[in-house]
Design a protein around this ligand. Structure first.
Ligand code: NAP
Length: 304
């Protein structure tokens, strides 16, 4: 029976992964209480104890603004820990599937970012995720037989897990008449369920493909299809919520500039990711972001 270790089982993506990975074999899920990523010495014993055939890492320090005041925590969880996971996975001869972010880019492009584009993160969170990528790639450089995926995604939301932009908008739309949302940052909202689906397909591919030659490993970009701004995303959330009969007090969504909504971290102005490489590998195109939003909202309503 195949054994899969899921690190970060309680996050937005982690919880969606639990449902989808379970049918593939024995799923060993760990959360922060079993494995604290800021204690790298715990990584090897936890992995060895689980004795997995493959590892999926969905855990990360994801508080983008807070990272500016807690750089050590962010770098430990997002930089050092994935590197340690890669070392252990390589030594055991098993694949590591890891998630990274569009925030490794500076946003100066105006066409979708390719996997080969140079990274230049603007804030601590992005830098810490870049460090994690670099640590995994360093293991791959030293050991060409090491099997890994770095799946970069963006603007993640889900019905499960803690807060996200969709949940925040629904809350504000339920007790305010006006919401102001940044209109000059462009990217692709991506449902955690779609990311989990893609990682599950990658898991199956790795488990079914012989270890040599090592043809699947690499960096892949994956988001829902389409491109939008946070402002248009917010408008869509309210329209879809209204059509589902969610009671809203909201009357206006006002577009504002990034300069009008200062945050501790600078975010990329443009961070759409080109999905062609993963499309070619998996033979499918991700649904449009609005379709997945509709699906997530329909799933969320009975919970509220
Ligand atoms: N959220 C986004 O918009 C976004 C965008 C692009 C890429 N990503 C990437 O997508 C992946 C999944 O993100 P997500 O949205 O599912 O994030 P999430 O909901 O914040 O989940 C992250 C999980 O990691 C856990 N975690 C944080 N610090 C930890 C530590 N020191 N030790 C052990 N566990 C720890 C969290 O536990 P607690 O709940 O206890 O804190 C949480 O369960 C991450 O790699 C993230 O960088 C996210």
């Amino acid at each position: 029976m195949t054994r899969i270790l899921l690190i970060g089982q309680d996050g937005q993506v982690g919880q969606e992964l639990q449902r989808r990975l379970s049918p593939l074999g024995t799923l060993i899920g760990v959360g922060r209480s079993q494995l604290d990523l800021t204690q790298p010495e715990m990584i090897q014993p936890v992995i060895e104890n689980a004795n997995p055939d493959l590892i999926v890492n969905a855990a990360a320090y994801t508080a983008v603004d807070q990272a500016e005041s807690e750089p050590e925590m962010a770098f430990a969880a997002n930089g050092t820990a994935p590197g340690k996971m890669a070392e252990v996975a390589q030594s055991l001869g098993i694949p590591l599937l890891h998630i990274s972010t569009d925030y490794v880019f500076d946003g100066s492009k105006n066409t979708p970012y390719l996997e080969t584009d140079p990274t230049r993160p603007l804030g601590i969170y992005g830098k810490s995720k870049q460090a994690g990528e670099a640590a995994i790639l360093a293991v791959a450089d030293r050991h060409p037989d090491f099997r890994y995926v770095i799946l970069r995604t963006a603007w993640v939301y889900g019905a499960l897990g803690k807060g996200n932009f969709v949940k925040t908008m629904l809350r504000l739309g339920g007790d305010r008449t006006e919401v102001r949302v940044v209109a000059d940052q462009v990217g692709t909202p991506t449902w955690a369920g779609e990311i989990a689906e893609t990682l599950t397909q990658l898991t199956e591919k790795f488990l079914q493909t012989p270890a040599a030659p090592n043809t699947l490993s690499g960096i892949y970009h994956f988001t829902n299809s389409g491109v939008t701004s946070w402002y248009d995303f917010a408008v869509a959330i309210f329209e879809e919520a209204q059509s589902l009969g969610v009671p809203l007090t909201l009357q206006r969504v006002v577009p504002i500039t990034t300069a009008e909504y200062p945050t501790p971290t600078q975010r990329p102005a443009y961070s759409a990711l080109a999905n062609q490489k993963i499309q070619a590998l998996l033979g499918s195109i991700a649904p449009h972001w609005r379709q997945s939003l509709r699906q997530m909202l329909a799933e969320l309503q009975p919970r509220q």
